[in-house]
Design a binder for this molecule. Structure first.
Ligand code: NAD
Ligand code: MG
Length: 392
């Protein structure tokens, strides 16, 4: 058994907390070297007392001072700033980095881990949507290993032959079938969607998640981002990725082979399963997740998503087909629009409208290197903000 030495980026978030839950079960297998957070200083301090990392990072100086006080009697050194996130993602004494910051803010630290050749447990899908080509190149050049945490991609990874290289056709794969719960608005009458509130949007029927990804699940932009994520992770074309609604969230995704076989990964909807899979890979360990009780489930159902109900899903396919900088534009506009919706500055349907307008205006841009990607991300955010201001 290899003892893994971990940095957990975004330790105070939903994925971070679930990761530490699994880590706590195996003190001999995992040692936490660094934890990072943003605002929840007290939670981060509690985590530091329990896991005794060498470093704790927050990005804001005032928060860093608070954290230093809270940890004054401990061995943990508090670092501050965005550069510090990159530093702890590339420490020589760390071999595994959990990338669980939400949004484009996670890109630079994930890139640092890639350059340093770490084993990257990737939850932060926005990294792949914003900078897929660049990130995958950096992973290859840095000799890093990528293990997907997103439950769908983790499922696909488990259903593909290993080692996976080349493309889907090399392995006799016809399609990837990504499952989606359909979120809280799957059956809600279409004409009532204009009035949904942030509280209704974040109330996911099957998963407990951060606010941003919860809204993304309601609009199904989350699945759209995951289609783009699957494109980069598995070298799959848009027409080789199909989304299937599966309200029970038991089948986490499937791989269809040319001979007609479909392999699926099933488990209870609990992120500790994909997290434990990636943490211990290629070993298997218990995750603290209840065993699946299929007779109790009684039925698993599947349906085709309706793109009138979920226009964001169609926009993501469109961005993937346009290629170039279109996914970067889409991702940035989405982060801004979701935040505006959560702050009640725009109604729910304005999320998709804003994304579409940004895609129309900026979708033909190209961006390859990091600076250009960041600039395009900023430009799309500014355009989205300007469009949102018109709703006031
Ligand atoms: P969350 O909001 O619960 O946690 C986000 C974490 O990132 C927190 O630790 C926060 O402090 C940190 N953070 C936020 N903004 C930051 C910034 N600007 N700089 C530095 N740190 C910052 O989110 P989550 O649900 O844990 O999701 C994290 C990532 O994992 C997202 O990319 C999400 O799409 C992905 N993901 C989550 C789930 C899930 O079940 N929660 C499933 C699949 C994928
Ligand atoms: Mg997912």
């Amino acid at each position: 058994m290899i003892r893994r030495k971990l940095t957990i980026l975004g330790a105070t978030g939903t994925i971070g907390i679930n990761t530490l839950d699994v880590v706590a079960m195996y003190p001999d297998r995992f040692r936490v070297v660094a934890l990072t957070g943003q605002n929840q200083v007290e939670r981060l301090a509690t985590q530091c007392r329990q896991f005794k990392p060498r470093y704790a990072v927050v990005t804001d100086p005032a928060r860093a001072r608070e954290l230093r006080q809270l940890l004054a009697d401990t061995e943990t050194e508090v670092l501050c700033g965005e550069r510090a996130l990159e530093e702890v993602a590339s420490l020589p004494e760390v071999d595994t980095v959990m990338a669980a910051i939400v949004g484009a803010a996670g890109l630079r630290p994930a890139l640092a881990a890639a350059r340093a050749g770490k084993r990257i447990l990737l939850a932060n899908k926005e990294t792949l949507v914003m900078a897929g080509r660049f990130f995958m190149q950096t992973v290859r050049r840095g000799g890093a290993t990528l293990l997907p945490i997103d439950s769908e991609h983790n499922a696909v990874f488990q259903c593909l032959p290993e080692p996976f290289s080349g493309d889907l056709a090399t392995h006799g794969v016809r399609r990837i079938l990504l499952t989606a719960s359909g979120g809280p608005f799957r059956t809600r009458p279409l004409e009532t969607l204009a009035a949904v509130t942030p509280e209704e949007a974040v109330a996911h029927p099957n998963w407990v998640m951060g606010r941003k990804i919860s809204v993304d699940s309601a609009t199904m932009m989350n699945k759209g981002l995951e289609v783009i994520e699957a494109h980069w992770l598995f070298n799959a074309r848009a027409d080789q990725i199909e989304v299937v609604i599966h309200p029970e969230s038991i089948v986490h995704s499937m791989v269809e082979y040319l001979d007609g076989s479909v392999l699926a990964q099933l488990s209870n909807p609990d992120m500790r399963t994909p997290i434990a899979h990636a943490l211990a890979y290629p070993d298997r360990i218990e995750a603290g997740v209840p065993w699946l009780d299929l007779p109790r489930m009684r039925q698993l159902s599947f349906e085709t998503p309706d793109t009138r109900r979920f226009p964001c899903l169609a926009l993501a396919y469109r961005a993937l087909e346009i290629g170039g900088g279109a996914p970067t534009v889409l991702n940035a506009a989405n982060e801004v629009a979701v935040q505006a919706f959560l702050e009640r500055r725009i109604p729910y349907p304005a999320i998709a409208q804003t994304l579409e307008r940004c895609l129309v205006r900026l979708g033909d841009r190209t961006a390859e290197e990091l600076d250009a990607l960041v600039a395009l991300d900023q430009e799309s955010r500014a355009l989205a903000e300007a469009l949102i201001a018109q709703y006031a």
